[in-house]
Ligand binder design. Sequence first.
Ligand code: CO
Ligand code: CO
Length: 326
Amino acid sequence: MAQVLRHLPSVVDSNVLVDAATRDDAAVYQLTPDRALVATVDFFTPIVDDAATWGAIAAANALSDVYAMGGRPLFALNLVGWPRESVPFDLLGEVLRGAAQVTGRAGCLMLGGHSIDDPEPKFGLAVIGEVHPDRMLTNATAHPGDRLVLTKALGTGILTTALKRDLVPESALEEAVESMTRLNDGAARAAIAAGVRCATDVTGFGLLGHLGNILVASAVGARIDVAKVPKLAGALELAARGSVPGGTKRNLESANAEWAPDITDAERILCVDAQTSGGLLLAVGPERLDALLAGLQAEGTPAAAVIGEVLPEADGLRLVRGGAPG
Ligand code: CO
Ligand code: CO
């Protein structure tokens, strides 16, 4: 992907606050001194059997990039690829209904969209939001000494792959589905209230991939305590049994990390597992950590785990067991 992004023209425009150069979650375009637009797009193929649930997950996932910038979603447009010959349109109605429930919860209006005939179903949203430029969360503002906090457990890629391979019944995915359909709005509210400035969300490149973007954009290193990383029930066992999505395998190959020797293969897989609609990864100064954790708890985020800390750039990315500050 990095090679492809290289072909984008570099942008020189003082209204552009965030562009593709830092691989952040969304583009941010300033309109006035106190208003900026946040724009993002996300779509993918079905990851669960139930159409409405797929729509709900896709919507929560697309909205997440607005929250990861500290923004508030305003409106969304549907993106649909649909095999009109082979799959009934009623099912697309279910997808849209599931998505609309989630956008409704987000206070985000659904104003239109576009569909094409496509041999494989695809669904997602383009979302437009807004943010105050002074309260924007980016991936370029982490500092050595910051604590790293994750707001959802990892393992959605492993679990949805297990479902596709009939290794688990759909009932084993309840926790994962609950997590994937949960908005990151509460996590973002808690972050902003605590004065956090650095965030991203954990999606297709896994925890280490999205953390890696923070490290590059902020010119820092990090240490992660694998024992503190929150995990969905069954994820480690299924990873050990080989339930590993293709994207996760690619993430592991490209992970630029130093692993302590006692970290298991399943733990490594979990740390790079391609997430759908994952949580926010926040870097917070130690003096603001307690306020952030209290805020996340009050919002009832699926997790509020301190998983490591930001180090100077020369330290690179280190995975350890134990030893990270709490
Ligand atoms: Co993102
Ligand atoms: Co995205």
